[in-house]
Write a protein that binds this ligand. Structure first.
Ligand SMILES: *Cc1c(COP(=O)(O)O)cnc(C)c1O
Length: 375
């Protein structure tokens, strides 16, 4: 009999989700918003030890879109965005008919490069437009260089949208990712560290931002007895059923972080013996990654592809890194600042199975493929 497929990142039930869902059904809270959603927001607010206001939404993408709206991004504005990321970081810039300006990565955290960022800001200002926001991403759970990036943003007075979709549980200098930028966003999509099936959240230190986000997320209803609208609205609120799943999932967040991190140490142990592959690891103790996904760099693209096929033949999923946005047909006409760091990472990088529920047997199958491949 063939072995089950091992996937990159599967969700894991806590066992409490069903009860919350049942309860919504019984109490007829089968709604957009509701008590589970409020409670889920409270639990998340408690999780961030700083004073935060969390708005639960129907996806991380909606959260990024609302962050841009709340920050006043409009048609023809420019928004800076890390190039090496998932398309959902950048698509909302186009929803606003604004112009994305893409920035290369640095080699240490694979995230937005401080030097290229500053060059870009200076050049955009010289050309006549100061960027309205910067979208920086903690890719694969690895914090970006928060101190450097935020110092540059502060210096030019540009707000940061901290795309923490992959980084719930990560920390930079002991502070939780998601609560470090002007606005943070989280995702609870099925492949993330916790899931609500589909869902996301906007995190801010200001109640005013939360109030605005809820306003736009629930059709921008003005204060009136009838339905009155003076702004474009969206249907972005989290459903009460999803909020219930989120409450169940929060019970195992710490457990999931621990198992993802232990996956990382499993790979570290294997790759320390292997000369021609390098495991993506934290630069120093300031960077505490949840290791949402583990990735390695191979010597060439061909070598990477061979390993991917070897995994696939053993019924194990692995996948190249995100293809940088400035190389995507949709985005290639927009400005780009940097060199070829993200391009090279894309060519040589491979993501490895990193789910919270990888079993001992899964790990030994993965290890066998790696050991045989590099022998
Ligand atoms: C998953 C993800 C998103 C989008 O989240 P959804 O909840 O899927 O809309 C945004 N940015 C990054 C980096 C992601 O990985």
């Amino acid at each position: 009999m063939e072995d089950n497929r091992i996937y990159l990142s599967l969700s894991q039930e806590s066992g409490f989700e069903a009860e919350y869902i049942q309860n919504s059904l019984k109490t007829n809270w089968i709604t957009s918003g509701g008590p589970n959603v409020n409670e889920f927001e409270n639990v998340l607010q408690d999780y961030f030890d700083k004073k935060t206001y969390v708005t639960a939404l129907n996806s991380g993408t909606s959260a990024i879109h609302l962050a841009l709206i709340v920050l006043g991004v409009e048609e023809d504005d420019e928004v800076i965005c890390q190039s090496l990321t998932f398309a959902a970081s950048a698509n909302p810039i186009l929803y606003q008919k604004a112009t994305p300006v893409f920035i290369d990565s640095e080699e240490e955290t694979w995230n937005i490069c401080p030097e290229s960022l500053e060059i870009a800001i200076k050049d955009r200002i010289r050309k006549g437009k100061k960027p309205k926001a910067i979208i920086a991403v903690h890719l694969y759970g690895m914090p970006y260089k928060v101190n450097e990036i935020h110092a540059i943003a502060d210096n030019y007075g540009i707000p940061i949208i901290e795309d923490s979709a992959e980084a719930l549980g990560s920390k930079y200098k002991g502070e939780k990712c998601g609560s470090l930028g002007s606005i943070g966003i989280l995702s609870f999509n099925g492949n993330k560290i916790i899931t609500t099936s589909s869902g996301g959240a906007l995190v801010s230190n200001y109640k005013e931002v939360k109030d605005k986000a809820i306003f736009y997320a629930t059709h921008s209803k003005d204060k009136a007895i009838h339905y009155q609208h003076s702004k474009v609205g969206y249907n972005y609120r989290m459903s009460n059923i999803c909020g219930g799943i989120g409450l169940g999932q929060m019970k195992i967040l710490e457990e999931n972080i621990t198992s993802r991190r232990s996956n990382h140490f499993f790979y570290k142990d294997i790759f320390k013996e292997i000369k021609n592959a390098e495991l993506f690891d934290n630069l120093n103790e300031d960077f505490f990654s949840n290791y949402w996904l583990n990735a390695i760099l191979l010597e060439t693209k061909e070598f990477r592809e061979k390993l991917r096929v070897a995994f696939d033949n053993a019924n194990i999923e692995s996948r190249p890194l995100w293809k940088p946005m400035h190389l995507q047909p949709l985005f290639e006409k927009y400005p780009y600042y940097g060199n070829t760091v993200s391009e090279k990472l894309f060519e040589k990088g491979l993501c490895l199975p990193s789910g919270s529920n990888l079993s001992k047997k899964d790990k030994s199958r993965i290890k066998e493929v790696i050991i045989n491949f590099f022998k």
